[in-house]
Design a protein around this ligand. Structure first.
Ligand SMILES: [Zn+2]
Ligand SMILES: [Zn+2]
Length: 280
């Protein structure tokens, strides 16, 4: 089954988010566990978590993944932020488990000038510190590929592999098409897509690919610009997405749209475009 969905709001509660996803026509979805621009978590009532779990089991919208907040940074050299990040990570992991979900999508982190190696090693160290709770709660952390803007790490597959290889956790990966393209992997062409997936497989392994963030890219190849565009309206283009959506290594991986909110196109319309490109 084709798993395609969008990021849905939890502003009316977790259980409502599933209804929202269903109304949009999602067969998978992504949520935040709390306001992504805040460090504070609202504790979910047991009853609401139960309602959510029941609905999740009933509806064929799977998986629903949780994306971490925008504030966390496992690679930060700032002690204060790092402490808050580790605390927030534990809360995120708890929330994922409480909702009966499995996947937590995280951005590896930004070193903010401390240096790439140092940043990567701190990420590894942090994940190893969290490994007990991650394993206990049966959560799987998915590292997201980044565009490499600023000092963000995870913009090439070798960095992801370095983290994975040095962590005692079964980490997965979220492949963001906009980020990967902006980072310099030319997935817009057939040849480029094949080469990129081969590189990914060699470094990380396709078996670790658990989620795709399906976004076109406003920025050019290698621009390091993290600006999402509607499917087919950006640099990857319609033909690029037709190949991505149907590629045998990608077609069975759940795809989540994180396309812009503007008057040009709605989520429902982006899903329709994606479905129109899908071949049986
Ligand atoms: Zn993300
Ligand atoms: Zn992005």
């Amino acid at each position: 089954m084709f798993r395609i969905g969008v990021h849905v709001s939890i502003s009316n509660g977790f259980a409502e988010a599933i209804k929202l996803a269903k109304n949009i026509g999602c067969t998978c979805a992504q949520i935040f566990s709390h306001s992504p621009r805040s460090w504070s978590f609202t504790q979910v009532e047991k009853k609401e978590a139960e309602t959510f779990k029941k609905r999740y089991l009933k509806e064929n919208i799977k998986p629903i993944v949780v994306h971490e907040s925008y504030l966390t940074n496992l690679a930060t050299p700032k002690q204060e932020v790092y402490k808050k990040t580790m605390d927030a990570m534990k809360k995120e992991i708890n929330m994922v488990a409480l909702l009966g979900l499995k996947y937590l999508v995280i951005h590896p982190g930004a070193h903010l000038g401390a240096g790439e190696k140092k940043g990567l090693n701190q990420i590894i160290d942090s994940l190893n510190q969290l490994s007990d709770i991650i394993n206990k709660k049966r959560v799987e952390v998915l590292l997201e590929t980044t565009a490499g803007s600023g000092t963000n790490l995870g913009y090439n597959f070798e960095q992801l592999a370095y983290i994975i290889d040095n962590t005692d956790l079964p980490l997965g990966v979220t492949f963001d098409t906009c980020h990967v393209y902006a980072a310099g992997y030319n997935i817009a062409t057939q040849k480029g897509l094949e080469e990129t997936l081969e590189e990914f497989n060699n470094a990380v392994g396709l078996k670790r690919l658990k989620l795709i963030h399906l976004n076109d890219s406003l920025g050019e190849l290698g621009s390091k610009l993290d600006r999402h565009e509607h499917i087919g309206m950006g640099e990857i283009g319609v033909d690029g997405f037709r190949r991505i959506i149907n590629h045998e290594s990608l077609r069975n991986v759940p795809m989540i749209l994180e396309t812009p909110f503007d008057e040009r196109r709605t989520d429902i319309e982006n899903i329709a475009v994606v479905k129109s490109l899908r071949e049986d």
